[in-house]
Ligand binder design. Structure first.
Ligand code: CU
Length: 329
């Protein structure tokens, strides 16, 4: 009675690590068989089964489909209708299905079939391009290999990529995360791809961060009182604790200089005469200068003397822009 088996499902045959993960199976239920009665999907596939009973079928009750594990309770399919059920094939194995309508006729007990769920195979990685990127992060890296599935994650040296696009079962584009802000930049790192089913691939020591040229992108806040003490966040590139770091506001060294990460520094503004000053970061033998990036406000004695003035907050006389930024070119 099996007239058609697997013809519509060649897409999934022998492709147990297929990237495409939505599979539709059209099944006809009739006196007294399912057609097809056997089909195969891959672990992780989202499976949609359309069950159709012809309006001319000999069973007035129609038929139905109940599959162990995946379609429980079963669905009844009256004569002349199509019913749909969708599930994710999370568990590999062979799963029998039967007709739900004992009254469909004398051959009811012969109506059965099976779904085979192939266990997901592990992905593999063959190349990483480019194999190195700035510690500032955000560089697109193309990973080629096999068995990548949509929803896969990528890690560089154990740090998750902030954005991953699975282009196909053989190609992933991932943005690099921030690299280390210390001596460890420059060490080769493992690259790992993890499929949603938990299978992983690792290419050992395949990726290296490098410290890019020192630069300053923003200074925030961009103003403070002449007495100093403003904690300032400096963003940029090329920050590392691997060499000595110092920050100057004009000619005066800042205190509390701290490398937060590869793109973030903190420093406490020193006391300085009112006016705008350059902010300079020296890191090892490199220096980056943000011209006029910080403004020291003159103190206004009257306002300052107005203690407990709850009606009006004391505002610094400085311009109000919260951050100095490199002008767009
Ligand atoms: Cu039946």
């Amino acid at each position: 009675m099996r007239r058609i088996v697997l013809v519509a499902f060649a897409l999934t045959i022998g492709a147990s690590s297929a990237w495409a993960d939505a599979v539709t199976i059209d099944i006809t239920a009739q006196q007294f068989s399912f057609s097809p009665s056997t089909f195969t999907v891959n672990q992780g596939d989202v499976v949609t089964i359309n069950v159709t009973v012809s309006s001319s079928d000999g069973s007035s009750a129609g038929h139905g489909l109940l599959m162990e594990t995946y379609v429980e309770p079963g669905i009844n399919v009256p004569r002349g209708t199509t019913k749909t059920v969708t599930f994710t094939a999370t568990t590999p194995g062979t799963f029998a299905f039967v007709c739900t309508r004992p009254t469909c006729g004398a051959g009811h007990s012969n109506m059965f079939g099976q779904m085979v769920v192939n266990a997901a195979s592990s992905p593999s990685i063959s190349t990483i391009d480019p194999p190195s990127a700035s510690t500032a992060g955000g560089t697109p890296i193309v990973i080629t290999g096999t068995g990548f599935r949509s929803g896969a994650g990528v890690a560089f040296g154990g740090v998750p990529a902030p954005d991953v696009v699975v282009d196909s079962s053989t190609s992933i584009t991932a943005l690099t995360p921030l690299g280390p802000a210390n001596e460890e930049a420059g060490l080769p790192r493992d690259v790992t791809v993890t499929n949603p089913d938990g299978t992983t691939a690792t290419l050992s020591r395949a990726f290296t961060w490098f410290v890019p040229p020192l630069s300053i992108l923003s200074v925030a806040p961009s103003s403070g009182l002449a007495g100093g003490g403003t904690v300032v966040t400096i963003t940029g590139t090329g920050f590392t604790t691997a060499v000595n770091t110092s920050v100057k506001f004009g000619d005066v060294p800042a205190t509390g200089v701290r490398v937060v990460d590869a793109v973030t520094l903190q420093a406490t503004a020193p006391a300085h005469a009112p006016g705008s000053v350059d902010v300079a970061v020296a890191m090892g033998s490199s220096t980056a200068v943000a011209s006029g990036a910080f403004h020291y406000a003159a103190v206004i004695p009257r306002r300052r003397a107005a203690r407990h003035s709850s009606a009006r907050p004391v505002r610094p006389a400085a311009r109000s822009s919260p951050a100095w930024q490199v002008p767009a070119e």
